[in-house]
Write a protein that binds this ligand. Structure first.
Ligand code: UD1
Length: 341
């Protein structure tokens, strides 16, 4: 019998790609998404890629009674919990909404998995839990966490703490925090991808939207940092690699005979500067990008990238796609979106 995996936020950016990766490995994803930060485009794209419409429940994960009804309907093999707000700047303006949504959603998932004895749980965490790395820019899972810079960051930081405390009280569960670095790119078919509502905050959507003319000019936030070209360094990970990491995480958890709680970095292990991303874009799209150098952005980490050893050892997962692949897929997705309008 096919294993049902609950994917909260399954119509969102990382969630939708994970739905594809789950189906490829024979799982049956059950999506819960209330579409507050997703669109029907994702659902149509998923249907085209999969060849069938995935099961979807339009429910807010914060509504525990509605969620309980879904848990009653299926016997879940595992849960991948994406549904959360993720914009750093917005979280500073609306901290209560961020804490309310991200923490209540997580608490509901843990309560229901305990109530229904769903053993396997994967949480969308972030490299933001490391803050600004102190000694080395390459962070491994044992690198001490620092206090985050934003309410968004705190929701991930506190989320991991909640999961730890839950595990201490319920040590039979199989729990994993995946600490994502910077997810970029899109499905190679260009049927699903990132769909920023409003002005994008993240680098790559801003790059592709500038190239297509939706934004006038990209501003590079600072070129006077102590890095190889003065711009910030991040570990950009192709969203399909990231999606596959979730499936490997479920496969790891389901094999465990005893309860466990693990945190695993999901990155490539390589840092790329903002200016390098721009140059990769110019190369793969064969066009010049309109950009300018601007002031530093408040709260930006200077340089961070993953130590990617644990993901390989524990999950047998490592990133297969290059930054060129990611930028090309992101650009094809932007072009496809343009056709839709
Ligand atoms: C941030 C969060 C991360 C979160 C992610 C989700 C921190 C430290 N990191 O990542 O935890 O998961 O958002 O949205 O809070 N840049 C420009 N011009 C732009 C946009 C970005 O130069 O118009 C630069 C930024 O200064 C940064 C890099 O591009 O150096 C990447 O920025 P972004 O895509 O926003 O991601 P992070 O800030 O790394």
């Amino acid at each position: 019998m096919s294993k049902h995996v609950l994917v909260t936020g399954g119509a969102g950016y990382i969630g939708s790609h994970t739905v594809v990766a789950l189906v490829e490995k024979g799982y049956t994803p059950i999506i819960v998404d209330d579409f507050r930060n997703a669109t029907e485009v994702a659902l149509n794209g998923l249907t085209e890629i999969l060849g069938f419409q995935p099961t979807i429940h339009r429910v807010d994960v914060c509504q525990i009674d509605e969620m309980r009804a879904i848990f009653n309907e299926y016997s879940f093999h595992g849960i991948i919990h994406f549904a959360a707000y993720k914009a750093v700047g917005e979280s500073v303006e609306k901290p209560l909404q961020y804490y309310q949504n991200n923490l209540v959603g997580l608490l509901n998932m843990l309560s229901l998995m305990e109530e229904f004895k769903v053993l396997n749980f994967v949480f969308s965490s972030s490299c933001t839990v490391y803050g600004e790395p102190k000694e080395t820019k390459e962070v491994h899972e044992e690198t001490p966490k620092s206090l985050p810079e934003s309410p968004y960051g705190y929701t991930k930081w506190i989320g991991e703490q909640i999961i730890l405390d839950f595990f201490k009280s319920a040590p039979d569960f199989h729990l994993m925090n995946l600490r994502y670095f910077n997810p970029v790119g899109a499905h190679p078919t260009a049927k699903i991808g990132e769909f920023p509502l409003g002005k994008p905050n993240n680098l790559l959507p801003f790059v592709t939207q500038t190239a297509i003319g939706k934004q006038a000019c990209l501003t590079v936030f600072g070129d006077d940092y102590p890095t190889r070209d003065g711009s910030c360094v991040r570990d950009y990970i192709h969203v399909m690699d990231l999606a596959e990491a979730h499936v490997q995480a479920i496969q790891f958890l389901e094999k465990q005979e005893k309860g466990c709680l693990e945190a695993v970095n999901i990155g490539t292990g390589t840092g790329t500067t903002v200016l390098e991303v721009i140059h990769v874009f110019e190369k793969v799209s064969n066009q010049q990008l309109n950009y300018q150098i601007g002031p530093r952005r408040a709260g930006d980490v200077i340089e961070i990238y993953a130590n990617a050893t644990k993901s390989q050892e524990l999950l047998n997962w490592k990133a297969k796609r290059s930054i060129e692949d990611a930028v090309r897929d992101a650009w094809n997705w932007e072009l496809a979106l343009n056709e839709l309008k």
